[in-house]
Each structure stands twice: as structure tokens, then as C-alpha cells.
Design a protein around this ligand. Sequence first.
Ligand SMILES: Cc1ncc(COP(=O)(O)O)c(C=O)c1O
Length: 308
Amino acid sequence: MRAYSRAQGLQVVFDRCDALGISYSPARKPGASGGAGADRRRARKTRAFLAGGLPAGAPPAGRRQSLPGSSTPRPMLGYIRSLRKTTVALIDKREFVGLDGVAHLCTGGEAPWPRSHTTTCERFGALKSGGMAGREEMFAIEERARARAARVLGVAPAEVAFLAHSSEGLNQAVRSVEWRAGDNVVFADLEYPSSIYPAAMLRERGVEARVVRTRAHYLSLDDLAALVDRRTRLILASQVSYLTGQRLDLARCADIAHGVGGRLAVDATHAAGVVPVPGGACDFVVSSCYKWLLPPTGSASSLHRRRE
Ligand SMILES: Cc1ncc(COP(=O)(O)O)c(C=O)c1O
């Protein structure tokens, strides 16, 4: 287990907060202050905030992204305090199983179970037993879900596939590249193991795994670009880091990859459903859905696009 200093820990939390656009405000009951109208206004602001990124008044990017421990986090602290006045839970916690008296802060690991899932599972059972009519309805539901996933990933529905795991999608992405000995794949040292393992396995085929060293857990895209050359066939990156919450500029990552004729594969697990995913800029996007998108474990969506 890596030990974090307090300043590093704070910065990690601030980056996470920055990436997700949420505040630390304690859970409040809808209507507790200001009535339903005030709740609706706060929810509207929160949604606009999540859709559009940071609002006016947020500290400048350089300050927000300062290296852990290298500067005082005070501006971010004031900003987070100000958010308390504008954020409200998008989903009432009473709509989840088992959250009574619990402050659930680990959706990045495993989301709690929405009560509506229980009804949905029962409906699935009924449709599964319902012969061809049940099947037809399941297909229609799948297409509606695909259209919604496409909106989350910022792409067309036909480009979206449903898989059991995002690890499976990343494996497919890595394997779909026509590798030649001497090629290389580039990724950061704090990527999730499901990115690192398939890339490291390529060594058997003479492909070099180039690891970008992060500095105090911060990934610099200049450092990433410095490892990329004409033999780079693939860059693997997380839109939002599972470890630090750092949110990458994927348009820049795509430019770096495409500039040398390579491809960009993105793990959007900690971004999908929270911040916009610019899927159109990427060649592959995977998202493990049982976190911020709330479905059960064993559900992932994946986008694979061929760029000639
Ligand atoms: C960033 C990231 N990618 C992938 C995974 C694994 O997802 P899956 O179980 O869908 O393969 C996780 C799980 O914690 C994760 O945090």
C-alpha cells in the first residue's frame, strides 16, 4: 500500500472532486431547505455543471492541477465550500438498497444497488420465460440501452457493443492492432492493471511496452508525447484516473496518437456517467458500467472504431 502525505491525499481528493464535479456536502433530504423549487434549481445547476465542466469562479486549471504537495490547496478548498450551496444529490439515496444511515463514498469501486434494479431483474425473468414475444421485447430494450450508451460515450449507437467486462474490451482493442516486431505501445505507470497486462503481454511478439513515469502521481501529456514515435501503434489511457482522479485531455491524447499513425484506446470507467466522454476522438473506448453508471457487476460498454 502506498503511503500518501496529507497534502498529497488532499490533492488527490481535490483532483477527484474536480474530475467528477461533486462537492463534499453531506447528504440532505429533498426539500430540507428551500422546498422542492430550491431542490429543482440546485439539481438543474448540478446537471449543468456536470455537463459543462467547471463553472465561472473555479480556480484556474494550473492551480487545480498542481502537483501533490507542491502548493497550498486553499483556492480549491474555498471552491469546494462554495459548491455546497449549489449541489444536490441527483438521485435520492432512499432509492438505493442498504444506504440507510450510510455515507456511501465508494461508487468508484462498486455502486450501491438501486431499488429499481430489483423490479428490472424480475421483468427480465418474465421476458426470458415469455417465448418469442419476450425475446422481441428484450431486443427492443437492448436497442434503447445502446442508444443511451452511445449518448454517454459521445458516438453513434451502431458503434457500441455490450460486453461483460471492460477488461475484455481492452483486450480486444490491444489484439485488434496488427502488431509487428519493433512496434511499441505507450501507457502511464498508474494505469489500471486491465490496461497494463494485455499491453505487457505484447512483449512476446517483440512489441515494446513504453511506460510513462508519472511525477508524484501526475501524468504529464508532454512526458507521454516524448515516448511516442513512428513505431507507436497504440496509446492506452484512462480519461479519469482510478487512482488520483486526474482527468486527461483526450483530444490532445488523440492528436499525439494519430500524429504518428497510431491509435488511442481509452478506459472511461471513472468518467462515463459523470463527465462527457469525447468518444468521437478515440479509436476504442471501454467503460466498466457497474460504478458510476449504476448497473450490476458484469456489465460494460465498449466502442471500437476503425480509423484508416
Ligand atoms: C479504471 C478501471 N478499469 C477497469 C476496471 C475493471 O473493470 P471490469 O471488471 O469491467 O473489467 C476497474 C475496476 O475497478 C477500473 O477501476
